[in-house]
Design a protein around this ligand. Sequence first.
Ligand SMILES: *Cc1c(COP(=O)(O)O)cnc(C)c1O
Length: 388
Amino acid sequence: VGDRSRPPRLPTGLVRALPATVPFVAPEALERRRGRRLKVRVGANENAFGLSPVAMAAMRASLEQAAWYCDPESHDLRHELAREHGTTPDHVVVGSGIDDLLGLVVRTFLDRGEVAVTSLGAYPTFNYHVAGHGGTLHTVPYRDDRRNDLEALLDASRRLDARLLYLANPDNPTGTWRRAEDVLELLDHLPDRCLLVLDEAYLDFALPGTTPIVEAEDPRLIRLRTFSKAHGMAGLRIGYGLAASATVAAFDKVRLHFGVNRVAQIGALASLGDRAFLEGVVAEVAQGRREYEELARGLDLATLPSATNFVAVDLGVAELSRTVVESLLEMDVFVRRPTAPGLDRYVRVTVGTRQERGDFAEALTRVAARLDRAWLRHTGRPASPAAG
Ligand SMILES: *Cc1c(COP(=O)(O)O)cnc(C)c1O
């Protein structure tokens, strides 16, 4: 400080112009801040049911070779993924999660100053990468505060000659989804130079008919999938993209070749072979969603339909959802809420284990009892400081 002989090393103009952001406040950060552990961790859409025991065993054994680098081509995993999707490995790119792959997409396809389009309040990592690469982000409000507005997204992309259009389907933070034919319709009207970045992190939880069927060489889109959600491997950091071979070849020029960890490669491959685990998770998640919907109904609260492992509970007004999140945290229950206008009245709760669902239900019921009932019934009146 103040040492003139050592002037600061300045970041690039682009980085200097960026705001300091913390896109996600981690549950660990909340624990440190409060000096107390969380009891119910249902805020980050992690898999409450852990991961496949088959994958676990494979990874334990793989630790013996953790001194070795990963296979930079992810050969075995890409072959298995290609087999599963009825394509060839040159259509598959592996990265350390969708978050990593989103950065790769932006770096590969978006020049400085070019436009990327997304929904206002959509999954934020895409925006973060666009900003970091000097792109121009344009946002489009959700339709009826609940669904990605495909028509408006398309319209903005055409009007602004966008290079990237981001769509999470099923969506986070709402949990809603658009049908495959609607996504196909969007694709058919996409401007010529625009790539659809289709984030399908929750596809395992969705009904058939949610993802469009297109040719492997279709240059108009990339689908992004992850092992973080249904496969329960969020901390291992591994995901993949399915795209035209020319798109995958372009990634190969700039991707971080040793960025995927070896243990995760082996775990992901083993997890693909454990259908029973995956089906068990999907069934338990569906059951948990129904329980949350019932719980909300019993408290006079609406929920959004969900094709994910979480449910958005509608608290009617933003002030109330904020109060609920804070009150739950005081009871050591971690949930999140969106902050974008229109979505900020929801509380997003991940399907937990049976025990966690029970604890959440008890906590929410106690919080609701302390709130003004009239307010709870969505009168839309401005918030009063009703919460204790
Ligand atoms: C959880 C989530 C991700 C993160 O995926 P990783 O593979 O863990 O990076 C990406 N997109 C959406 C919509 C998500 O909800």
